[in-house]
Design a protein around this ligand. Structure first.
Ligand SMILES: NC(=O)c1ccc[n+]([C@@H]2O[C@H](COP(=O)([O-])OP(=O)(O)OC[C@H]3O[C@@H](n4cnc5c(N)ncnc54)[C@H](O)[C@@H]3O)[C@@H](O)[C@H]2O)c1
Length: 318
């Protein structure tokens, strides 16, 4: 199989690239390096079965040309940071929704029919059912990021119906582990490195969220794409527990050996669109035999270890 991976230089895309190469597949990576890192592709670039295109998904012609000969598209590029949606309301529309439409059009012109898509648990907004199942009614969108992902899911479903595509849509919780590069752990880690005695925390620290280790996420994607064969297959991917931001702070501080004074910004949400409780029902993926191998605490500690080992992450992306 030749896999075409958008966002191949990112956290998730580069881990998937390495895993598919290890399984013996050919991989074509596509990335504009807006947040991606060439260092994440060091191993892949040594492999003759890997090719890299440095281009933008908004350039449909470049995208269509790069995709020629692909069998399966893993569409993992987008703005991945939910936090700053209100600062740039156009960004999520362009980088999630329009970019996804471009990917679908490039697939149509290249006669590629199978797509796996990195969606997000953010599409549930602030749901009323916990753990939240895939079939949960969507009450109201609370973030530009979630709204753009949901629109992208809609286009994927419509292309599946209209052009006979097969789709695997993954609604991830927040992911942790090697090559993690955005989110609360890196924010806390950087603060504590600068001033170990004070930690500024967005919200009241009581927000409870599920997390998943990147290796477990990749195995879940492989399990689902091998075993689920409906026209559109939607999977929540997450751990069966949630942890509070304060738990996470405790594990990070214990690992770093610091005891900072905690300064909360206050309120139940860290930012506009932050969901104070995220716990997804993952029975559907579990019914295929998949299980997470690491607890949230283990995943948090592995993430901090990765950040300690890779101080170059402070340099700008590219
Ligand atoms: N990391 C998480 O916790 C998480 C959780 C839920 C969903 N997701 C989704 O998973 C996917 C991967 O996230 P990630 O954490 O690896 O993010 P990331 O920022 O590390 O990776 C995204 C990659 O896409 C590339 N990219 C962005 N816009 C592009 C464009 N217009 N053209 C070409 N390349 C472009 C970036 O350079 C980067 O390499 C995203 O779609 C994200 O929304 C991630």
């Amino acid at each position: 199989m030749t896999a075409f991976i958008t966002g191949a230089a990112g956290f998730v895309g580069s881990n998937l690239t390495d895993r598919l190469l290890a399984l013996g597949h050919d991989v074509v990576g596509f990335d504009n390096f807006s947040t991606g890192r060439i260092q994440f592709l060091t191993r892949a670039l040594e492999n003759p079965r890997f090719r890299l295109h440095r281009a933008d998904l908004l350039d449909l012609e470049a995208l269509s040309q790069a995709m020629a000969g692909a069998d399966f598209v893993y569409h993992f590029a987008s703005n991945a940071d939910v936090r700053f949606g209100t600062r740039h309301p156009r960004k999520d529309l362009e980088q999630s929704t329009i970019a996804t439409w471009n990917v679908l059009e490039a697939m149509r012109t290249n006669n590629v029919r199978r797509i796996a898509f990195a969606s997000s648990g953010s599409v549930y907004g602030e749901p009323e059912i916990f753990p939240t199942p895939e079939g949960c009614p969507f009450p109201v969108q609370t973030s530009f990021y979630g709204a753009a992902k949901l629109a992208a899911e809609g286009f994927i479903e419509a292309y599946s119906e209209g052009f006979g595509f097969e789709a695997w849509i993954f609604r991830f919780v927040s992911l942790l582990g090697p090559r993690y590069s955005h989110g609360h752990i890196i924010d806390f880690y950087r603060q504590l490195r600068e001033h170990p005695d004070v930690l500024n925390v967005l919200g009241d620290g009581q927000q409870r969220k599920s997390y998943l280790y990147i290796g477990d996420c990749i195995e879940a994607i492989l399990t689902a794409t091998r075993q689920a064969s409906a026209k559109v297959n939607i999977f929540n991917l997450g751990a069966d527990q949630a942890c509070a931001v304060n738990d996470s702070i405790g594990w990070i501080c214990e690992h770093l050996g610091v005891s900072p004074r905690l300064m909360y910004s206050g309120g139940k949400r860290g930012w506009i669109g932050d969901s104070p409780f995220i716990l997804l029902d993952c029975d559907r993926i579990r019914s295929l035999g998949w299980r997470p191998t690491l607890s949230i605490q283990q995943a948090v500690v592995r993430t901090v270890e990765f950040l300690e080992d890779n101080p170059w992450l402070d340099e700008p992306a590219g």
